[in-house]
Design a protein around this ligand. Structure first.
Ligand code: HEM
Length: 406
């Protein structure tokens, strides 16, 4: 990311002292508190891809689905995407968004690595008169065995993901976008997630989920030669692969609210928990040996002659090699929404996966997991969404979704 303001940039580069310069372009710069390196860090909104995909997960995430207000058609949707893009660009740079009186909830903070990601659900295309542009990849996900989906907390015409390293910054951004939607779209559902805060541990390593596992180890990495092909629709789209031209540089997001059945899980021995996933809990190393980054050896036998990584271990069943190379970038966050009437935590994983095509990414992997994964008895899929995430707005004159809507 880029730091905002010269002083802030200096603070990012030397951990010695906090920056003394307020956010560049702030409408109220004089009143601003100096930014810390964390607050000053900024991811530019404009680019070939939208933000919130390849950046390391921020500490906070808000995920909101909107439905178009009856009567909002293509021009209304285009105008909303323009307002949203302009606001997201300002917020990402630490500026007050144009077009409305600011609520002040993020006044003292810098952008804090804010990213905003916009997606289109399948239902929006008919409403906007764009059925000819509906990507084949947005076909409804199959009904997976064991799904317990709440449709009111699933789907939606539009999907907005806000991520930031500060809870107030994330709230301010989502609240601003909701206010800007007035008259055009209303909130269908919203969920809040969290992950480790920057600075909580000195060792830069993959975060943990609420089951205690190091989660994200074997994700595709931006340095992998196959990364772009797996995560993004190419800049030059291929109609033979059902890639509409307006999705150039885009991606598809699968969203799943997956509750963890933490009471039974926490009763399992560490040994059993490790066999369910196929990795050691403390280090994240595969049960076939090595460290967190050592590739799993799925053929290796243990001292008892059985597979070191059991046949139903999550990483064996989910691994791309077992699924014709299908891969996705998992970028989920934990959630905890209190306790259910039976006392069990209403907590788990807001699973978010980005991929070039869900028909070769999430779908075959989840079909396999839902039948063969040892983790299945400890989790429950409660809501689901699939969204076309267009490429980024390349410059300040453009907006996200322009190639579809103009
Ligand atoms: C790997 C946890 C759901 C796909 C992993 C790992 C953990 C984990 C701990 C090993 C570390 C890593 O490589 O990230 C969980 C939990 C889930 C869940 C707790 C539910 C609450 C899912 C779902 C999918 C999925 C729904 C996709 C349909 C994968 C893949 C890998 C993985 C592709 C990498 C496998 C490999 O090593 O090649 N998961 N996972 N996971 N998971 Fe999950």
């Amino acid at each position: 990311g880029l730091a905002v303001g010269a002083g802030a940039l200096a603070a990012t580069n030397s951990s010695a002292s906090p920056a003394a310069t307020p956010a560049a372009g702030s409408g109220d710069a004089g009143a601003r508190t100096p930014l810390t390196a964390l607050g000053a860090n900024a991811h530019p909104f404009h680019g070939a891809h939208q933000g919130g995909i390849v950046e390391p997960a921020q500490a906070r995430m808000l995920s909101t689905a909107f439905d178009l207000t009856p009567g909002t058609a293509r021009p209304g949707l285009a105008s909303l995407m323009k307002r949203w893009s302009a606001a997201a660009a300002a917020l990402a740079a630490g500026r007050t968004p144009p077009g409305l009186s600011d609520d002040g909830s993020a006044l003292d903070a810098g952008p804090s690595s804010l990213t905003v990601t916009f997606g289109f659900g399948a239902s929006v295309f008919a409403k906007a008169g764009l059925t000819a542009q509906l990507p084949a990849a947005l076909a409804p996900l199959p009904a997976f065995p064991e799904d317990k989906l709440d449709r009111r907390r699933s789907d939606g015409d539009l999907w907005v993901q806000v991520c930031a390293d500060d809870g107030l910054v994330a709230f301010h951004a989502m609240r601003t976008l909701q206010r800007l939607a007035a008259g055009a779209a209303t909130v269908r559902w919203q969920m809040s997630g969290f992950s480790r805060s920057p600075g909580a541990t000195a060792r830069p390593r993959t975060g943990r989920n609420l089951m205690g596992q190091i989660d994200g180890t074997n994700n595709p990495k931006p340095t992998d030669p196959t990364f772009d092909a797996r995560v993004f629709v190419p800049a030059k789209t291929d109609p033979a692969k059902d890639q509409p031209a307006w999705m150039a540089g885009g991606s598809y997001a699968v969203f799943r609210r997956i509750r963890m059945l933490l009471d039974p899980w926490d009763l399992q021995s560490t040994d059993r928990q490790e066999r369910v996933i196929g990795r050691h809990k403390a280090s994240g190393a595969p049960l076939s040996g090595g460290t967190e980054s050592t590739p799993a050896d799925l053929g290796k036998l243990g001292p008892d002659g059985g597979l070191a990584i059991p046949g139903d271990a999550h990483i064996r069943v989910a691994t791309p090699d077992a699924n014709q190379g299908a891969a996705m970038l998992r970028r989920g966050y934990s959630y905890h929404d209190g306790f259910r009437p039976d006392g069990a935590p209403d907590a788990g994983l807001l699973f978010v996966a980005f991929q070039a095509d869900p028909r070769t990414g999430f779908v075959p992997v989840q079909l396999k997991l839902s039948r063969a994964d040892a983790l299945s008895v400890f989790i429950s899929h409660e809501s689901s969404g699939l969204y076309a995430v267009p490429g980024g707005a390349a410059d300040p004159d453009g907006y996200v979704g322009q190639a579809l809507l103009e």
